[in-house]
Design a protein around this ligand. Structure first.
Ligand code: GCB
Length: 688
């Protein structure tokens, strides 16, 4: 035993922030780090570094042992000269308040994209902006605990300082990152946080973009360009949290669940703890794991002394079901972890050292060459590609919008959406769990084109961070590794073989998919996936105006994907731009009538394909209108929404609602809302 504790002590002292290996009573050391020393036999990119598993991805939650403060609100912002984006670093703007540098101070709300807040050219700014605010930290936080600073997302890259000292940095937008800042804070006093945010994209960023110099009437200026079809909103787009943990604390959790045929639920969990030399005198003694149902009753529990992973069995389980597949969808339990510890002076610990509660939905997910099955039932996914996008806020987290969007998703009878084209907020993932909306979770690799080793490193890292963040959500039914990569190019083969091989290893019980626009005969990516997803704009980008050229082309294409790869197939995008209020009889492109006709012909094709069993989903592009860069093909943005940008229905929404509820009724015998039975006349056709 002594030797084991020596090893633990050595590990603790050798690094201030390491994962702890536990010495257990029977002398077994449990290394709770994810194994990052794996070999990837098919990994063809020599010299490419496999990402080190991220830390800090547990959502900040209050508990008996943790406090949470939000730093959301009005911050101050300064814009740097686009021609000299790193001037602030050279001149150390972080050392003092931004007021001292003599530039205009713009009041900037957090969370929000900064682009559409002001009335000037901030919208198209290229380079860095600087944010600052002050805040107080209670005196009571000093000493026996740690204080963490956590950003839910800053796009694209960020550096943060506390009181002029570097706290953390991160790149790749839409993903959280954090750092312990206990050493940098003044407790019981005012503190200053400064954040530099850079929106520049390059060949090596995820997604890719480029900045070039352009001669204008007012001199040469940098201009950012990118091929993806949504505005490159930037800034501190999601919440900023300060939170505390004890010195020895639960740093990570992983759960997988299964529903057995006998109605018993199974939860396998793993717990990671973290400590540092300050917590050396504190020893973990045991872990109490309790599963509570919605009414707070304990449904299963375990005291874990030996190893910090285990299994809970839940008799008479209430499984997690998607919306309209069950009368009580989105059932979540609370999985409570109480970590008990004792200091050297105390022999017995009575109050838990740390407490963390994780919402858990119990369900099984499986797939084969024909179907994706949830709790043993084959799924048919009906939903949308979406965007985090709204007027003025851009991609800023907005709970009002989130609540409205989920109301609309349920009103229309959808059961799924894809987080096109980047990870959505953690709050939206929680909503999806609660409402039973299934998620195809996509990483930010949209339209990647130039395949090279450093891009691959960043791409893998974006998937590692996404999967690590979202792996415990029951709503996630697949990972999407990319949207419309140029997968017909030669370099794509080696690139995607390596990427998918790596991702499969961390995929945590979900199939891998992608939204592909190459053709079945040229695509180098589809062969590696579990579900083939394709995007196709019949009668929009091809054969515009010809709604009589949809059914044959679409069913033939879907069949070719199937024939070539032998996997389940989904259409991830179809649709056409539609100006709300524009009408035309006969239908003409951009009119509401045209959108209705285009959808109706797709429905016909989907119903033919559904009979072939391996066709498992239809996703409209897009849920709502959204902002894009300025191009001559976009009138104020992309107008393919079923809803307008301010979330009101276009005519097609009512038709789609009819279809989605009809599918839910046919497949899962759901009860259809009363108002869908709008009385008009006696049936015209006998089959109605
Ligand atoms: C696509 C892209 C999506 C675009 C859409 C369109 O294929 O995946 O990002 O917005 O087409 O409307 O052009």
């Amino acid at each position: 035993m002594g030797r084991l504790w020596f090893l633990v002590a050595y590990l603790l002292f050798s690094n201030l922030q390491i994962q702890i290996s536990f010495a257990t009573e029977d002398g077994f050391i449990l290394n709770m780090n994810p194994d990052d020393s794996k070999e990837y036999p098919l990994f063809k990119y020599e010299g490419v570094k496999i990402p080190v598993p991220t830390t800090g991805l547990l959502y900040p939650r209050e508990s008996e042992s943790r406090e949470v403060l939000r730093l959301d609100g009005l911050w101050k912002m300064v814009i740097s000269d686009p021609g000299d984006p790193l001037q602030g670093i050279r001149e150390k703007w972080f050392q003092n308040t931004l007021r001292k540098i003599g530039r205009e101070i713009i009041p900037m709300p957090v969370p929000a994209s900064y682009n559409d807040i002001t009335t000037d050219d901030l919208r198209d700014h290229v380079g860095t902006v600087w944010y600052e605010r002050t805040f107080f930290v209670p005196r009571s936080w000093k000493g026996k605990q740690r204080t963490w600073l956590r950003f839910s997302s800053v796009h694209y890259s960020a550096v943060a300082w506390i009181n002029g000292r570097n706290a953390t940095s991160h790149s790749i937008g839409h993903l959280p990152f954090e750092a312990e800042i206990s050493e940098l804070l003044s407790f019981g006093a005012e503190n200053r946080i400064t954040v530099m945010c850079d929106n520049r994209l390059s060949n090596r960023t995820i997604p890719q973009g480029s900045v070039s110099k352009v001669a204008t009437d007012f001199g040469t200026v940098p201009v950012q360009s990118y091929t993806f079809d949504f505005f490159n909103y930037a800034g501190i787009q999601r919440s900023v949290h300060l939170y505390t943990t004890p010195l020895l604390y639960i740093s990570d959790l992983e759960v997988t669940t299964q529903l057995t045929a006998k109605g018993i639920g199974r939860i396998d969990y793993r717990v990671w703890l973290n400590g540092s030399k300050e917590s050396l005198g504190i020893r973990p003694t045991h872990l109490l794991v309790q599963l509570r149902d919605r009414d707070g009753h304990v449904a299963a529990q375990q005291v874990n002394k030996a190893v910090y992973h285990g299994t809970l069995l839940v008799p008479n389980v209430k499984p997690w079901w998607p919306y309209l597949m069950h009368p009580d969808p989105g059932y979540l339990y609370d999985l409570q972890f109480d970590l008990f510890a004792a200091s050297d002076e105390e022999i017995k610990a009575n109050a838990p050292q740390d407490v963390y509660r994780l919402p858990v939905g119990i369900r099984s997910l499986a797939w084969n060459n024909e179907s994706l099955l949830l709790n043993g039932k084959p799924l048919y996914l009906r939903g949308f590609g979406r965007h985090e996008d709204s007027d003025i806020r851009g991609k800023g987290l907005d709970n009002v919008l989130l609540a409205r969007d989920f109301s609309l998703l349920k009103w229309i009878g959808a059961n799924a959406y894809r987080t096109s084209h980047y990870p959505y907020s953690e709050e939206s993932m929680q909503f999806a769990d609660q409402h039973g909306i299934m998620i195809i979770d996509e990483c930010p690799a949209v339209n990647i084109d130039v395949f090279e080793p450093q891009l691959l490193e960043h791409h893998m890292s974006s998937l590692e961070q996404l999967i690590h963040r979202d792996r415990n959500h029951p709503s996630v039914v697949a990972w999407s590794v990319a949207n419309e990569p140029r997968s017909h190019k030669q370099g794509a083969l080696k690139y995607f073989e390596s990427l998918v091989n790596y991702t499969r290893d961390i995929s945590h019980g979900r199939p891998l998919t992608a939204a592909i626009n190459a053709s079945p005969s040229t695509c180098h990516l589809a062969q590696f996936l579990d579900i083939v997803g394709f995007n196709r704009y019949n009668s929009w980008y091809q054969n515009s105006g010809r709604t009589d050229m949809i059914v044959n082309l679409l069913t033939t294409e879907a069949q070719s994907w199937r024939d070539k790869f032998g996997k389940p197939v989904i259409q991830f995008e179809y649709g056409g731009d539609t100006m709300e209020g524009m009408h035309s009889l006969p239908a003409f492109i951009w009119s509401e009538e045209y959108q209705v006709e285009l959808f109706s012909r797709h429905f016909k094709a989907f119903d033919e394909l559904r009979e072939r069993k391996w066709f498992i989903g239809e996703f409209v592009w897009n849920f709502a209108d959204f902002r894009t860069a300025q191009t001559i093909t976009r009138v104020g943005g992309n107008k393919k929404g079923v809803f307008t940008r301010n979330r009101q229905p276009k005519e097609v929404a009512h038709i789609l609602r009819w279809r989605y509820f009809a599918l839910a009724k046919e497949l899962d015998q759901c009860i259809v809302p009363e108002d869908l039975n709008l009385y008009i006349s006696k049936p015209i056709h006998s089959e109605l």
